[in-house]
Design a protein around this ligand. Sequence first.
Ligand SMILES: *Cc1c(COP(=O)(O)O)cnc(C)c1O
Length: 483
Amino acid sequence: MNNRLYGNLIFELSQPGRKGYSLPKNKFGQYTVPQELRREKDAELPECDEMTVVRHYTNHSGNNFGVDNGFYPLGSCTMKYNPAIDEEIAAMPEFTHLHPLQPAETVKGALEVYDGLRKALSEIAGLADFTLNPFAGAHGELTGLMVIRLYHESRGDKKRTKVIVPDSAHGTNPASAAVCGLDIVEVKSTADGVVDVEDLKGLLDDSVAAMMMTNPNTLGLFERNIPEIAKLVHECGGLMYYDGANLNPMLGACRPGDMGFDVMHINLHKTFSTPHGGGGPGCGPVGVRKGLEQFLPENSHSAHHAPVPELEKVSVGPYHGNFGVIMKAYAYILSLGKEYIKYVGPLATLNANYIKESLKDVYELPIAGLCKHEFVFNGLADKSTGITTMDVAKRLLDYGYHAPTIYFPLLFHESLMIEPTENESKETIDGFIKVMRKIAEEAKTEPELLKSAPHNTPIGRVDDVLAAKHPIVTYRQILADGE
Ligand SMILES: *Cc1c(COP(=O)(O)O)cnc(C)c1O
């Protein structure tokens, strides 16, 4: 911590007897809290004047880094740009004051939002219908797999217990299959990072319920063999599941339904204007192709109901998904419209490729070729400096950039995953490229500077292990340690 006023804890700014605010006089007469309910000692609260409090918190808030402060190239899970206008629309009291148990005829506007979003997602995905109920991507996967299981059972086909999952898949894919009571079979990736069709052929038989694919996959690569894969899986009677968490670069460019997928989920909190991460609310709508609509869980007051009690539960009773997230997605889609939504994917892809090509002589690019919305470097190209991905990420903070995702995916030792999003200007991206090149240069000329970075942030380099093993999270402990 530095010595500036805002570096202190509010408790350390406390002066006995100092006041910043007086409570209004009690209008309702005297009331004394019964003795047995009272504290024995006064609570230890900070006593500060108004300006000290205002400055303390205002200055602290300036230590936050967000997309409103600077470039935020965090990769994986398509951390798309979330326009503030969508938050405003979702916060309109006409919507936030609704109660989920209100009679249907009093919530017609909300129902229109549901129906409008279901139609818009169906068109974007090239599928027949969506349920908006699931609360997250993983929840959507589980719902989708239950729909697939129901489909097979409805045809009297009870031997389909296998789900094929690529080795590059997000951990939730095998987890959802396991929760759904299905067996997971892993299919290998080729050396250039896509599903190995030859390996897949050996896994296909009449026990396959579904094949799950993420596209673009976790390496940001378009799975170019989808048509062949879909044909093979369908021929053996299985269904194709599309993990739509990376839908960002596909928006308006191509549609899972047209590629031969039967069921998919979309993470509204990744692609449609709700920030991902930080534990906030999510929404994982599940879409199906024509002929599977009747297996979807209940949708809204106006829609059909779940075919089995099991799926009714996925929809969590009468509460129709995370409405605020649904509102933001609908506002986002309508504000771009058909005409402009088709630019989102191509622009994100262009930005990612531009950065990749501009830096690949100084950072190691393990998988060459066109990427989608994100790509992975494997640390610096020059390995002789001893500078790690961690050092590069920390040094970026000194230059006012949020670090990219580091040490993920696990396929490489020094992964540095960069996703610029579609809304960044060429000047911003050029600035980032310049700094990344400068850091590569510093790695050779001043490696110590990188190893001890960051230098310009309120807190310097923390010891990762100590911070994880012995986190000090209370005020008292900090004082005790400082004594
Ligand atoms: C984020 C993600 C998921 C899981 O979504 P949650 O909303 O976090 O449950 C699944 N697959 C991929 C590829 C993801 O990136």
